[in-house]
Design a protein around this ligand. Structure first.
Ligand code: PEP
Ligand code: MN
Length: 365
């Protein structure tokens, strides 16, 4: 496969810094689309985005303005001189978007999951030379992601990039809207040599507080660009309000992510710290949730032991458990003392909790 990287798309995109795509989640009104796009351009975006047809989980929520919004994107393009991109989910979207001068297409996560839909899009793109970005499927299946890229390549599309927007898995769902599973993005790079990946921290985190730390992580592992949702009035956005940022916040975010060599400004420093702290707070909350879940199981075990007259502490099981935890911690690079201390404390608490509830509920005669 000879996929062209973003720098070779012949679109005057930056050669020496990550590609920045920004703009609203959805085109809502002409005024909102134009103001959001102008704001994104001023903040430093190289490509403008807006959703025209929105794949929503629930019918009845805002499903996009449709074709009516495409002239607004044309207008945004004229006003800023920047290329524009919209999401397409079927052949009709492809034809309509191209007829309205859209420069780059992207395939959304809910479409990448469906090989029939991707094939329909690929067939509509035959003989058309337009760059296409492929979001990862909502489920953590890297082969499906690679398969969608291969379908496009097979019809002659060579300007292709991937977008990493996280996966809809339950693990870490309480921290991220779509947990990143970074390893899968790295695996895609192995499956499709030469593919560029654009991070989408907006849909990965789902909260504007996490944009900085997720963007940074993506760039650190070699992503070639970022797609960030920005809106002239994020709190009143018709879709994805919690994750969109104002043009001013977008400018600060990009400044602190991309110009780290220059002396950090106070506001961008606090931007970084704020984002890291927000992520730590959510991860800590996730630890508490896990401990609560664990405690519920300890309660079942206590009742079982009481019924079967099994002693609360079983030394063999405890030693084996600690050995496994230490080994797993070591494999993941954690400090041994930390892992030992945490599991010691958890075990002690579990034993005293079991004693407490079993003495409260004496075994039935
Ligand atoms: C979007 O980019 O607005 C969008 C719908 O994203 P995803 O396909 O990643 O959910
Ligand atoms: Mn969105």
């Amino acid at each position: 496969m000879d996929i062209k990287g973003i720098k070779d798309w012949g679109m005057n995109l930056p050669a020496d810094q990550p590609l920045i795509i920004a703009g609203p989640c959805s085109a809502e009104t002409e005024e909102q689309t134009l103001a959001s796009c102008r704001g994104a351009a001023k903040a430093g975006a190289h490509v403008l985005r807006a959703g025209i047809w929105k794949p929503r989980t629930n019918p009845g929520s805002f499903e996009g303005i449709g074709e009516e919004g495409l002239p607004w994107m044309q207008q945004a393009k004229r006003q800023t001189g920047l290329p524009v991109t919209v999401e397409v989910a079927n052949a009709h979207h492809v034809r309509t978007a191209m007829a309205h001068g859209v420069d780059i297409l992207w395939i959304g996560a809910r479409t990448t999951v469906n090989p029939f839909a991707v094939q329909e899009i690929a067939d509509a793109l035959k003989y058309h030379d337009i760059p296409v970005m492929v979001k990862n499927p909502i489920n953590p299946d890297v082969k499906l992601w690679a398969g969608a890229i291969k379908r496009l390549y097979a019809v002659g599309v060579t300007r292709i990039a991937a977008i990493h927007r996280g996966f809809n898995t339950l693990a870490q769902k309480d921290v991220y809207r779509n947990p990143p599973h970074w390893g899968l993005a790295l695996e895609l790079k192995k499956l499709i040599p030469g593919i560029n990946i654009i991070g989408d921290p907006s849909h990965t985190g789902g909260k504007r507080e996490l944009l900085w730390s997720i963007s940074k992580k993506g760039l650190d592992i070699g992503f070639e660009g970022l797609m960030i949702e920005s809106h002239i009035d994020p709190d009143n956005a018709w879709s994805d309000a919690a994750q969109q940022v104002t043009p001013v916040d977008l400018a600060h975010l990009l400044d602190s992510l991309l110009n780290s060599d220059t002396a950090p400004k106070t506001d961008s420093t606090s931007n970084e710290l704020h984002s890291w702290r927000a992520e730590i707070d959510l991860l800590d909350q996730s630890l508490i949730n896990l401990l609560t879940q664990r405690k519920e199981i300890v309660e079942q075990i206590a009742q079982f032991k009481q019924e079967k007259k099994i002693p609360i502490v079983q030394l063999g099981r405890w030693k084996e458990m600690m050995r496994k935890r230490l080994e797993s911690g070591q494999n993941q690079g954690l400090n041994e003392k930390l892992v030992e201390g945490i599991f010691d404390a958890i075990h002690q608490d579990s034993v005293s909790y079991q004693r407490e509830i079993t003495s409260q509920q004496p075994a039935e005669a």
